[in-house]
Design a protein around this ligand. Sequence first.
Ligand SMILES: Cc1cc2nc3c(=O)[nH]c(=O)nc-3n(C[C@H](O)[C@H](O)[C@H](O)COP(=O)(O)OP(=O)(O)OC[C@H]3O[C@@H](n4cnc5c(N)ncnc54)[C@H](O)[C@@H]3O)c2cc1C
Length: 426
Amino acid sequence: MEDWLREIEGKEAHDPLLMNQNKWRVWVHGPVIVGAGPSGLAVAACLREKSVPSVILERSNCIASLWQLKTYDRLRLHLPKQFCELPFMPFPSHFPTYPSKQQFVEYLENYAQRFGIRPRFNETVHHAHFDSTIGFWRVKTLSKMDKTTEYMCRCLIVATGENAEAVLPDIPGIHDFANPIRHTSFYKTGEHFRGKRVLVVGCGNSGMEVCLDLCNHNATPSLVVRDTVHVLPREMLGKSTFGLSMWLLKWFPMRLVDRFLLMVSWLMLGDTSELGLDRPRLGPLELKNLSGKTPVLDVGTLAKIKGGDIKVRPGIKRLKRHTVEFVDGRTENYDAIILATGYKSNVPYWLKEEDMFSKEDGYPRRPFPNGWKGINGLYAVGFTKKGLLGASMDAKRIAEDIERCWGAEANHRTVFARSHLPQSNS
Ligand SMILES: Cc1cc2nc3c(=O)[nH]c(=O)nc-3n(C[C@H](O)[C@H](O)[C@H](O)COP(=O)(O)OP(=O)(O)OC[C@H]3O[C@@H](n4cnc5c(N)ncnc54)[C@H](O)[C@@H]3O)c2cc1C
């Protein structure tokens, strides 16, 4: 094996990188990380702390593109900042408990700068597979200029996230609807909907918050609630609901903590089923644990529903030119539809591998906390359904694991081929 690599390395040293006009091959010294969101940055920083260089490939033109380009203006972190910090760097003390998206992006920019992380932007990974004859991953990217590059690396870290692509539901008649339909990833502010009747489809945190934002801009929103949902106050007993739950879980079984959360929610919010928001059979923590479904942390939407500013509607049966027919037979006119229908992983589209990642949902097959490591130097960061906290845990584990291999292989000196590019964080 080592002779092979030596031979390739020698050949590359004499060959220009250019294979033909628009095709390049790059041998990377260290892991390639796909995605420059919080997870990609966290793992690059952890590697950097262990003196392992890495290269980050990012399809957009900035770090944290989900936060910078695809989220609404009023977004704040849903969880208190201490549960969202990346390894080695807390949020500034002057930031509020729930930083705004601008503050979160500022934090990430500073994070990248502090750890010398310089992703290669505008490089979309469209294919990656393990070449067992040489023991390297071949990672092919396409840039905006139609330039294709093949990165060759011993370790591949998937950091493309749980929210890589918007989920667009197939609603009957969707193409007949004449007014605008857009996913929340294109929604910035209710300003554009002033005075309009807007139907928001989906009652997760985004759908609820978009409804509130629409109300605040004098639009008239209705919320489609098809499934059961747990709505909890963002804070209870003077503490964040998330923080309190974590603390209680140290002492009590999950079901008991769930019962406590539901009792306090009932006292604070009342019976949500009276508003059309039926609760699931399982408690909020148990449900999150089993299915990954996140409870909604209420930031004021429920009061607007109670006050009649936001109407709750059941599932959609079909769309017509300007009207929406619901499954209960009611028909109403709307000026726009916002799809708060979530996101999905895009890993099955580009990673040609079936052991670690499921083809169905693009998540690691092994559940948390064991989904971060595959075979042949393949890793996953940020697929835990546990937000930024889960991503940080993955990042630390991956860096420790790679450091072990890196140390062992560095002794042989020939196993990692030399990079022909400036490294992102070396
Ligand atoms: C509205 C909203 C609010 C949230 N609030 C919180 C919160 O308060 N707390 C919390 O812990 N979590 C929250 N989350 C969860 C969220 O997933 C994380 O905050 C975080 O963004 C995940 O980071 P990531 O790096 O794993 O994924 P992402 O942030 O999605 O980053 C993945 C990156 O990979 C890039 N990419 C994707 N495919 C390719 C490809 N083929 N080639 C190259 N690059 C690619 C993308 O462009 C993107 O930049 C929220 C999510 C949303 C949608």
